[in-house]
Design a protein around this ligand. Structure first.
Ligand code: SF4
Length: 337
């Protein structure tokens, strides 16, 4: 686990305040009514240097939209993003965009789709240096071989002129990681980077990322639906549900002492590798919906077996219940209980 103390993390690399990302949706083919999907709705957090924050939740909870908004693949609807003490919420000039993209990168879930099949491994990995006009051809070749070797593509010169289809899934994801890290970024979003890989190589790729995070002292947002992966990879966990952050805290604290009914249900469904151990399964109702024009109430209300009257009347605020462990649930709100 990338312990914060080991990484000597003291400075904030990314600070997110009240971030929102809404998408317009049409209710019917002929409808003019404007509705909005609240994919990310008023979330705040920060990531210090060398820290890994895992964003956890079912698919459709807003994790990927959050990641894409942070690396500016989407423009935010509201809120503020501060990166290395600079406000990058609304980057206008090419110089500012170039600066930001040289220091932030994203690793995507699918290594089969994220690599251009018509480009060689050299073209793919060296592309960020081309975009940034970094060094001459010789420099780019050396840098590409250096990072390929670092991610376990060896010998690198045997792979430079190959195409993605000639590589295995694990090798492709290593190439995608090399491309993301070749410019020594300060902040990386990794969106379920091992979920499409064979189980046998998942752990190897996760271990590789842990080593790289530690060696390069990067800040990581690690998106996953899997608490076991989040526990292995992260210092902090943030649980999302329908665009909202419902729980946040240190990884072991969240795993050992989950508070929100949704977090409890997700953790109770993680298999334990001990046939003797019987964990009590915690039930929730139905499946995840869509936050289209959501009512001002707890987003988890329809699925929560512990719902109270107050939960239908307003949104629970995210409150610190001690030592930085935050939860958005009226069960823990002393004023409302
Ligand atoms: Fe359940 Fe109410 Fe807590 Fe929401 S606020 S999770 S409905 S108890």
């Amino acid at each position: 686990m990338p312990k914060v103390e080991m990484a000597n993390a003291t400075d904030v690399v990314l600070k997110v305040e009240n971030l929102k990302k809404f998408f317009p949706v049409r209710k019917g083919v002929f409808s003019r009514a404007k509705s909005f999907l609240h994919a990310v709705d008023d979330i705040s957090f920060e990531i210090k240097r060398g820290e890994v924050l895992a964003l956890v939740g079912e698919s459709g909870c807003g994790k990927t939209t959050t990641g894409k908004t942070l690396v500016k693949l989407y423009e935010p609807t509201g809120g503020k993003i501060k990166f290395l003490d600079r406000d990058v919420t609304d980057l206008r000039s090419d110089v500012d965009k170039k600066w930001f993209h040289s220091k932030s990168q994203m690793i995507f879930q699918d290594p089969f789709e994220s690599l251009n099949p018509r480009k060689t491994i050299f073209d793919i990995v060296s592309e960020p240096m081309n975009i940034q006009n970094k060094g001459n051809l010789k420099y780019r070749e050396e840098k590409t071989m250096e990072i390929l070797k670092r991610v376990g593509i060896s010998p690198p010169n045997a792979f430079l002129w190959r195409y993605p289809h000639e590589l295995s899934g694990g090798q492709r994801q290593r190439v995608a990681i090399a491309r993301a890290l070749v410019m020594n970024p300060e902040f990386v979003v990794a969106d379920e980077p091992t979920s499409m890989l064979d189980v046998s190589i998942r752990t190897q790729v996760m271990k590789l990322m842990m080593d790289l995070i530690s060696d390069m002292n990067m800040s990581f947002l690690y998106i996953t639906h899997d608490f076991a992966v989040a526990r292995y990879m992260s210092d902090y966990i943030s649980v999302m549900y329908l665009g909202k952050m419902v729980e946040y805290g240190k990884t072991e604290e969240i795993i050992q002492n989950p508070l929100h009914p949704y977090t409890k249900a997700l953790i109770s469904s993680v298999p334990v590798p001990d046939p003797e151990f019987k964990r009590k399964s915690i039930q929730i109702k139905g499946g995840i919906g869509k936050a289209i024009d959501p009512l001002p109430r707890c987003r988890f209300y329809d699925r929560c077996l512990l719902a109270m009257d107050i939960c239908a009347k307003k949104e629970p605020p995210l409150l610190d219940v001690g030592s930085g462990h935050k939860v958005a649930c009226f069960l823990y709100d002393k004023k409302e209980k």
